[in-house]
Design a binder for this molecule. Structure first.
Ligand code: NAD
Length: 513
């Protein structure tokens, strides 16, 4: 039973029916956009962008403030739509799809002007006497936004706010697993009075996403799997378009000997089960030194047994959002148990429900020969490996092709930060589940196969710009200094003298640059 199914309806466009992962009943349908559709959208967006780029930051921000007003007013509608599509619990739908977007949009509405205002400077070196620089943060044009299904509103609103505040227009190809919330989100921007064609959603599948990249966009902002990220990166490389690739992870949690075990156990369960484990920075591997292993596991087991799972939305762990993810979770668990892993809680698809529910699970005796500890599982599973000490935990944490985020638990905050700094990941949290994506000031992005480039905050929003230096000469002629009128003799004299006098003297050399 597939959650979205291609249905032949005789029409030219590929037609899909979308089903609820809870009831498995149809809840909507859509046509996949063709190459002509995305080309048309990009052309219209380009016209809208030309006018949008003329607006001041304050005027652009006003549209975003209105969007936040609309999200607050229509939050129940958004939450209902996301729950229908994903089966996530109500509380998580509100925190991830309402709270987070309100924070993200407000942050860039308020701060973009500061991040992107023209900077005026003097250059270093000799040029400081004759030039000044202006750095203009110019929009790139039309951004192609391609997003996944695990946070349909949050993972769209955040890059959208950044791209728009930087002066770009956006054509968005949302996930085929969550097309309805994307359409609703586009409707919210209309209700907020966004200029026509500034933000357009083109529904579709991977083929539509690939066509968007080819449709003349000026940047691709991609969030999704490693496998698709490689294709997107290759296409952008061929077309010489900049892109950010926010990809999958296999985040490790390191529990130190001196950790507050109650808090760490709670963090392990929450980090692994939040959003049904469909969290790019979800905790996928937990390493625990033998000295504290038994009490830690006992606490994790007790907490996991208490987790509620139901179909009505007030649960702790919701549905698996779609069938393909259920297949991956089941295959990783089957591989782990076949290789000797021991299931202490859960471990299987929940037989109580018709829909795609996987029981909150605790599994131990795992090792790096198992898929469960190597490839992204994206399920509500706490996988705990016993280690000798913190050094072995760190070595195993770093034994991965992926490097998105991670977390360290200890009462010695300096030690936590030191271990965190040695984790080969894009970011790290100490004494919390991975929270980097929610901290706007922290540049977010993976290392190794987890991504290319960083998003969020000042670094992220500047990624939606070309930094355009304008160098202005402030002299009115500098005869004899190698300036205008230019002569080889004057230039040579100036350079010879300078190299000897200034670069021949360590003090002056440092003073100059
Ligand atoms: P996916 O790669 O299957 O799909 C992502 C998007 O790409 C979808 O909209 C899809 O239609 C589109 N797509 C598919 N093929 C394409 C192609 N050839 N060209 C262009 N677009 C194409 O990923 P998914 O299953 O939707 O999302 C889950 C993955 O996303 C997980 O690996 C998760 O870790 C990752 N993720 C990463 C972050 C992050 O910030 N690093 C955040 C959320 C999710």
């Amino acid at each position: 039973m597939a959650i979205f199914e291609r249905v032949e309806n005789g029409a030219e466009r590929r037609h899909y029916v979308v089903k609820s992962p809870v009831t498995l009943e149809p809840i909507g349908e859509f046509d996949a956009g063709s190459a002509a559709d995305v080309h048309g959208a990009v052309e219209r967006a380009r016209k809208a962008q030309a006018k949008w780029a003329q607006l001041s930051f304050a005027d652009r921000a006003e549209y975003l403030w209105r969007l936040v007003d609309v999200i607050v007013e229509r939050q129940d509608e958004i939450v209902d739509c996301v729950i229908a599509e994903t089966g996530k619990p109500h509380n998580e739908a509100v925190s991830m799809e309402i709270m987070a977007p309100c924070m993200q949009i407000s942050y860039y509405a308020k701060r973009a002007a500061g991040f992107l205002k023209t900077q005026k400077r003097r250059p270093s070196g000799l040029m400081r006497f004759s030039k000044k620089i202006e750095l203009h943060f110019q929009p790139l044009g039309v951004v192609g936004l391609i997003t996944p299904w695990n946070g349909p509103v949050a993972l769209s609103a955040n890059p959208l706010a950044q791209a728009l505040m930087a002066g770009n227009a956006v054509v968005h190809k949302p996930s085929e697993v969550t097309p309805l919330s994307a359409l609703l989100f586009e409707d919210l921007t209309k209700a907020a009075g966004f200029p026509e064609d500034l933000y357009q959603v083109v529904q579709g599948d991977g083929e539509t996403g690939a066509a968007l990249i080819e449709a003349g966009v000026d940047k691709v902002s991609f969030t999704g799997s490693v496998a698709t990220g490689r294709k997107v990166g290759a296409a952008c490389g061929r077309l010489l378009i900049p892109c950010t690739l926010e990809l999958g992870g296999k985040d490790a949690m390191i529990v130190c000997d001196d950790a507050d075990l109650d808090r760490a156990a709670d963090g392990a369960v929450r980090g692994s089960c939040f959003n049904t484990g469909h969290y790019c920075c979800g905790t996928e591997r937990v390493y625990v030194p033998e000295a504290i292993y038994d009490p830690f596991v006992e606490k994790v087991v007790a907490l996991t047994r208490e987790l509620k799972q139901n179909e009505v939305g007030d649960s702790d762990v919701g549905a698996v959002f779609w069938d393909k993810q259920m297949d991956i979770i089941e295959s990783h668990m089957a591989d782990a148990t076949a290789k000797g892993a021991k299931v202490l809680v859960g471990g299987q698809r929940n037989p109580k429900f018709k829909g795609f529910f996987f029981e909150p699970t605790v599994v131990v005796d795992v090792d790096h020969d198992m898929e469960l500890m190597r490839s992204e599982t994206f399920g509500p599973i706490v996988a705990i490996q016993k280690v000798k000490d913190e050094a072995e935990a760190l070595a195993l944490a770093n034994d991965s092709d992926l490097g998105l985020s991670g977390n360290v638990w200890t009462q010695d905050l300096d030690k936590g930060a030191a271990i965190g700094a040695r984790m080969e990941t894009g970011s790290v949290s100490v004494n919390d589940i991975a929270v980097t994506y929610g901290v706007a000031e922290a540049p977010f992005g993976g290392v190794k196969a987890s991504g290319v480039g960083q998003v969020n905050g000042e670094v992220g929003i500047r990624g939606y710009c070309h930094v355009h230096p304008v160098i202005i000469d402030t002299t009115k002629g500098s005869k004899g200094m190698g300036g205008y009128p230019y002569t080889i003799e004057a230039s040579k004299k100036m350079q010879d003298g300078f190299v000897r006098k200034v670069f021949g003297n360590r003090f002056l050399r440092k003073l100059l640059v």
